[in-house]
Design a protein around this ligand. Structure first.
Ligand code: BES
Ligand code: ZN
Length: 849
């Protein structure tokens, strides 16, 4: 059990551990209910640390015996670990503990999934395996012996011997305990090889349950592409003889970068054309890259403490985004990433969960693997690169790897290499790591005698614990267009550092049209009332694809707001401007598909709130539907042509070109289905030979109310495929109308295949409900109630997944008082549970504060 009175940990309290560890030897005798773990650890006093008691973390482990230098000791045991008297100098600690992986439902530490043993130790899970200083600044080499009759026995590093019922592994690279991993099971592998550019021959394996061998090829290709890319772009090579990836069905997160032994949620690695969509393929490629890239940014250079999490996660997300934009379309990737940031990070940063990219306190670190740490953390690195330029960025990164290889580093270390490489003072820039909240930029324009002046004002609203905000350094990419559509000033990076600051462009012959914040050069909100004609002009002429998309998005948003607030008709001027973009077959189909997407209902709710209105989820839903109907009617004459341009004749490949076409085809089919009652979708469903086409057709059929047959067919076809069945569950809830979504979700929770202890299945149904805006916010509270019922049920088993899903309630303050009261009542009902986990208690406390 966890501590009843949760403790807050503060960044400012950091102190090094009192000992250093030279080497760790672990022996595992695996058994589902009684695994024995013996540890032999050589401790030596750390001269840089203040005097302290010898304390080792340990939770849910039973100590069987302990000794120091061979003499038995009896430590004092607490719920968090043990304390023991130790000699003044170096000593050898030995201990034997017992743990029960089969009863570990939290999926943290050593647990079982589908008959195999596996581990998840980040952030603080190693302490559930044995007593240890479970903190990232304690790094050691590991030697691991596994005894089990499972056929495949894996751990970190290189194989060091094996025989009947045992295997040994040695990891020569010092690492923190959170990167430890062990896997034992009846697994099949998909093998390959890679030769690094200095000639190291590396054995690559993807290990899966029998039957999944056919779904590994794409992940393996992604791994090899990642290894090549990191050599080419960052000069980073792999450093062991083997790289193993294992797919497990029960996993709280997407994947984990354990040294030499990455463990993946099977949804984040397994794919075949028949069972995975284009979006799944792209996601798998980027997540394999992400975990692989951690080998340098996270493992070779790790974090001093968990407050520095963005040091590895922000940087590694930035690197995986670069990788995808290099391999696919940079413009499309940027638009997708910004859409994600706005959908996930902005609501977090503008509500009660707002926290800095580097938080300064926490109760449960698992609650800080957030969109802010990850996505805003990546944006901060993008800004740094924009400010110093590509060359200086490369120089700073080389210095970072040189100087800090083998270290547990901090954000101060990270910024110092940029200061040293560029001579710049980054003290103001550092505020991006400490100050929470999304800055809002307002803009004043002035035109006089050939000089065009832009004046920006930045304001960041107070966030929890931070009432006063200081100005940030904001890179603002600006280009200017002449009234005839030519670009007269190409992109210039303005560097704003003051609360209010002007930038002049001289020598212009006519008043220009500005394209501001090109490529989304900073994670801010632009508060600017722009006349619709100007947005339409940019939609037609901007050379920056991101801002072209942005102009259309803003026009769509304005049009939808007018429909919601004033009952206006859909804006035909915007629709026709959009039509011209769609008809332009020189434009990338993927880009055109993105242009067809409407702002999300949740985003509209946020904007309404900001404009002082109370968002009504039903009205937002109705307006969004009416707008989509209007698009369908207006574009009806070109839908056949779009479908034709989207046709792929070549054999299925999940590359950017084909998936872009299928995305455009899917968008066209969605419009078509509003006109033909689902006839074309039914035909596509029947003819589909890949999951992208099958699923987009099924979505249209559900929306058209014509899916009864197809849902049954799909179920019967895929009932034995866990990952496809997750889609079957999720889609029904995601595509349900506002009145039905909660009832559909409730019915699905009673389906025999609803295995609620599996995080993927739980999220498929209840996560989809939380994402169905109007369905979740049903006026009678049925959506809130159902989610809360299930969070209450899951919390005792799996606190981590429960706590993460509480964020569905983080926007309660936007809505009317009835909905607010209903949401708060559900949150209070969860909070009142006896024995509520520290994870969930912290989340609810913060959401309600
Ligand atoms: N280190 C994390 C996995 C992790 C997260 C472990 C939280 C423990 C707690 C891993 O590198 C990661 O960030 N995974 C992401 C996917 C990635 C592509 C952003 C995930 O699992 O969602
Ligand atoms: Zn990561």
């Amino acid at each position: 059990m966890k501590d009843a009175a949760p403790q807050t940990v503060y960044l400012r309290d950091y102190n090094p551990f009192g000992w250093r560890i030279e080497d760790v030897s672990l022996t595992f005798k695996l058994a589902p209910e009684a695994t024995r773990v013996t540890s032999r650890i050589r401790f030596a006093p750390n001269p840089d640390a203040p005097a302290q008691d010898f304390f080792l973390h340990g939770e849910d482990v039973t100590l069987l015996r302990a000794s120091i230098d061979g003499a038995e000791v009896t430590p004092e045991i607490t719920p968090q670990g043990l304390r023991c008297a130790v000699p003044d100098g170096a000593f050898t600690w030995e201990a034997e503990v017992e743990i029960a992986p089969a009863s570990n439902t939290a999926l943290e530490g050593l647990y079982m999934s589908g008959g195999m043993y596996c581990t998840q130790c980040e952030a603080e899970g190693f302490r559930k395996i044995t007593y240890y200083p479970d903190r990232p600044d304690v790094m050691a080499t590991f030697t691991v012996r596994i005894e089990s009759d499972m056929p495949v026995l894996l751990s970190n590093g290189n194989p060091a011997g094996s025989g009947d019922g045992w295997a040994e592994w040695h990891d020569p690279w010092p690492k923190p305990a959170y990167l430890f991993a062990l896997v034992a099971g009846d697994l099949r592998n998909h093998p390959d090889r890679f030769t690094t550019r200095s000639g190291r021959d590396v054995e690559l394996n993807i290990w899966v349950r029998p039957g999944d061998e056919g779904k590994c090829a794409w992940g393996m290709e992604a791994l090899k592409k990642s290894m090549t890319w990191d050599e080419d772009v960052y000069g980073r090579e792999y450093d062991l003889d083997v790289f193993n990836i294992v797919a497990v069905d029960d996993f709280n997160m997407g994947a984990m970068e354990n040294k030499g032994l990455n463990i993946f949620n099977s949804a984040a690695v397994l794919a075949s054309p028949e069972t995975a969509t284009d979006a799944n393929f792209e996601r798998i490629e980027s997540i394999i890259a992400h975990e692989y890239f951690h080998n340098w940014t996270g493992n070779r250079i790790t974090c001093r403490d968990w407050f520095q999490l963005c040091l590895k996660e922000g940087l590694t997300v930035f690197r995986d985004q670069q990788f995808t934009s290099d391999l696919r379309s940079a413009a499309v990737k940027r638009i997708e990433d910004v859409a994600q940031l706005r959908a996930r990070q902005f609501p977090e940063d503008q509500g009660p969960l707002s926290h800095p990219v580097r938080p300064e306190s926490f109760q449960e670190i698992n609650n800080f693997y957030t969109a802010t740490v990850y996505e805003k953390g990546a944006e901060v690195i993008g800004m740094l690169k924009r400010l110093v330029g590509d060359e200086a960025y490369a120089k700073a990164l080389d210095l970072y790897f040189d100087r800090h290889d083998g270290d547990a580093a901090t954000i101060e270390d990270w910024l110092q290499v940029f200061e040293d490489a560029t001579g710049r003072d980054l003290s103001q820039f550092k505020r991006w790591y400490s100050q929470a909240g999304t800055p809002r930029l307002s803009i004043h324009e002035d035109w006089q005698d050939g000089t065009y002046t832009l004046t920006f004002t930045q304001v960041t609203k107070p966030t929890p614990g931070q009432p006063d905000k200081a100005p940030q350094v904001i890179p603002i990419a600006v280009g200017l267009l002449s009234p005839n559509g030519d670009e007269v000033v190409p992109t210039r990076m303005l560097e704003m550092t003051e609360g209010r600051q002007s930038f002049a462009f001289e020598g212009l012959s006519a008043r220009p049209v500005p394209s501001i914040l090109r490529g989304f050069s900073a994670p801010v909100v632009l508060d600017r009332e722009v006349p619709a004609e100007e947005r339409a002009f940019l939609l037609a002429h901007d050379t920056d694809p991101f801002n072209r998309w942005e102009s259309s998005r803003s026009l769509a948003r304005e049009a939808l707001l007018a429909m919601i607030r004033d009952g206006a008709a859909p804006d035909l001027a915007w629709i026709d401007a959009l039509g011209r973009v769609l008809r332009d077959d020189t434009l990338d189909p993927a880009f055109r598909a993105l242009m067809l997407g409407l702002p999300s209902q949740s985003e509209l709710a946020q904007v309404l709130h900001e404009k002082g209105a109370t968002p009504d989820p039903d009205a937002i839903y109705v307006a969004t539907e009416a707008m989509a109907d209007a698009l369908a009617q207006r574009f009806e004459p070109m839908l056949d042509a779009l479908a034709e341009q989207a046709r792929v004749d070549a054999p299925y490949a999940p590359d950017a070109e084909q998936s872009g076409k299928r995305a455009l085809g899917g968008a066209a089919l969605a419009l078509r289905s509003r006109l033909d009652g689902g006839e074309a979708a039914q035909a596509q469903f029947e003819a589909a030979d890949n999951m992208t086409l099958q699923l987009s057709a099924l979505t249209c059929l559900i929306r058209a109310g014509a899916a009864d047959l197809a849902l049954g067919v799909f179920h019967d076809q895929w009932q034995d495929d866990r990952l496809v069945m997750d889609k079957w569950f999720g889609l029904q809830v995601a595509a349900a109308g506002p009145a039905e979504a909660a009832a559909v979700a409730e019915r699905l929770t009673r389906h025999p295949a609803f295995d609620w202890k599996n995080p993927n299945r739980f999220r498929a149904v209840l996560g989809a409900l939380a994402m169905n805006h109007a369905g979740f916010h049903r006026k009678d509270g049925a959506g809130y109630r159902l989610l809360a019922d299930w969070l209450i049920k899951l919390d005792p088993l799996n606190p981590q997944t429960t706590a993460r899903m509480c964020s569905a309630f983080q926007t309660w303050w936007r809505y009317d008082s009835d909905r607010q009261a209903l949401m708060k009542a559900e949150l209070e009902r969860i909070a009142a549970r006896d024995g509520l986990s520290r994870d969930t208690a912290e989340m609810i406390g913060r959401i309600l504060s």
